[in-house]
Each structure stands twice: as C-alpha cells, then as structure tokens.
Design a protein around this ligand. Structure first.
Ligand SMILES: [Mg+2]
Length: 257
C-alpha cells in the first residue's frame, strides 16, 4: 500500500488554504481534483481479465518485469491507467492535493488479482524507485460482490471521501450506471483505459464538482455552506457565489475549527 514507499510530502500533508485559492494565475485549483480516484481492474487497469488467465503469475524471464500466468500469457497495464497513476503519484499538483487511489473489482479470482497487483510495475516514484500497483493503492476492494456500489460504500467509510469527490473508471457500463447513481463522477472505459479516458474523466469531474458545489450552497440559501477538511486541520466556507464554476475563488473563507 501507499505508505510503504511514500514520503511526508505526498501523504498526510493537508492542502494549504492559500493553495486552494490560487486560481486563474495558471497554477491550480485543488478543489477541482478528485479526492479519491477509483479504478476497476479487469480490462480497465490490466488485460487480460483474471478469469481468462491461468493464475500463478510470475516474472518471465526470471529477473525481468514481464508478468505472465502459468501458461505464459502476459498480463499488461493499459496505457491510460499507467499514466493516471503515474501522474497522481508524481505530479506536484496531485501531490499537493493529497488524493487517494483505490481499486474496486468484482473479480472471481481475488487471490490472483492481489498477486498481479504485487508484481506489476506501474511507474517509478520521484526518487526513481519502482512502484507496483500494490504500492500505489491506498484502498483495494477486490472480491466477488453483487454490486460495485457495496464496495463504494466501504471506500467512502475507509477513505472519508464523500461520493461527490470521487472519480471512477470502469469498462463495464453496468458498473458505471450503478456507481453514478450514488453521485460519483464516472468515466466509461470500454476496451481498456486510454490516456484520453483519463483526460476526459478529469474534465468531467471539474464540471461535476462545480455543479455539486453550486447546488449545495443554493440549498442552504445565502451561499455559506461550510466544509471541513477530512483531517480536521481547517475548514472553509464560501461568501457569495464563489463556489460556482467559473466565478473565481476569491470569496472562500478559511478557518481553523
Ligand atoms: Mg472490468
């Protein structure tokens, strides 16, 4: 899991209030990055799907990073998943946002999937060390289940992230429909996750988040819905209509609870 290789810069460092307000200067608006990105595994992160393999994954040839099953069939990571995870772990913008990574899979072969996560190298970290899928992930919900929504309820509990701050990638339309009904922003990735899916998902999340922030404030009237960071370090509330997409962020007020 992530803590095995990460450093304090990447984990446990709350967003600074100053950083969250730096918008329009070409830098960032961390509110528009998801707090948790969830990936399906079979044919979203990797190919082939677990049920199509013979299990018993290992490196072939020994000492290489090429992962194959018992019959020599290679297991590979789709380019979009690789780029997404690499950016989340290494890009300064993502590291400042302190976003979490999760896998949600309904595979019938969870033991094989966990073994594949342990072996597959996805990128290197900022110090040049190999990072496996197991290293990269904060939360793994990998087991047969009737609906993926059950795994999302568990992810919400474990991560402390509300559904509307999650972004989900899956190659099955059924999973996308069911999870989207929870209020999670979803990106459909038929035939495996591409880099375009990653970019589209992020753009969709910006709109999704902007809509949720604007709507939430209106419900209470007066535009002053306070929110508290998950780690409790500080909270914020908006003054006026600053929470609405495209209106800037100058009206956000930060406080210590
Ligand atoms: Mg799948």
């Amino acid at each position: 899991m992530r803590s095995s290789f990460d450093d304090p810069l990447a984990r446990g460092t709350p967003r600074s209030p100053e950083a969250s307000t730096r918008r329009g200067g070409g830098e960032l608006d961390l509110d528009l990055l998801p707090s948790l990105v969830v990936f399906d595994l079979d044919d979203t992160v990797w190919w082939p799907e677990m049920y199509m393999t013979a299990g018993n994954f290992h490196f072939e040839p020994p000492g290489s990073t090429r992962v194959v099953d018992r019959l020599g069939e290679e297991l590979t990571i789709h380019p979009g998943a690789r780029v997404a995870i690499e950016e989340m772990l290494n890009r300064p913008r993502w590291r400042r946002a302190n976003a979490q990574i999760a896998f949600a899979s309904r595979t019938d072969e969870p033991a094989w999937a966990m073994e594949a996560m342990r072996l597959l190298r996805v990128c290197t970290d900022p110090r040049g060390r190999d990072v496996t899928l197991e290293d990269a992930v904060d939360h793994a919900e990998v087991y047969p289940v009737r609906s993926k929504t059950e795994q999302f309820h568990r992810l919400k509990e474990k991560s402390g992230v509300p559904f509307d701050e999650m972004l989900f990638f899956d190659n099955e339309s059924r999973n996308v429909r069911e999870v989207a009904a929870l209020g999670v922003c979803c990106q459909y990735t038929p035939d495996g996750m591409t880099v375009e899916h990653w970019r589209e998902g992020l753009a969709k999340y910006e709109e999704h988040r902007g809509a949720h922030r604007g709507g939430g404030e209106q419900e209470l009237g007066g535009g002053t819905r306070p929110s508290l960071r998950r780690d409790g370090s500080f909270g914020s509330l908006s003054a006026g209509n600053s929470g609405k997409k495209g209106s800037g962020s100058g009206g956000r007020i930060f406080f210590r609870p």
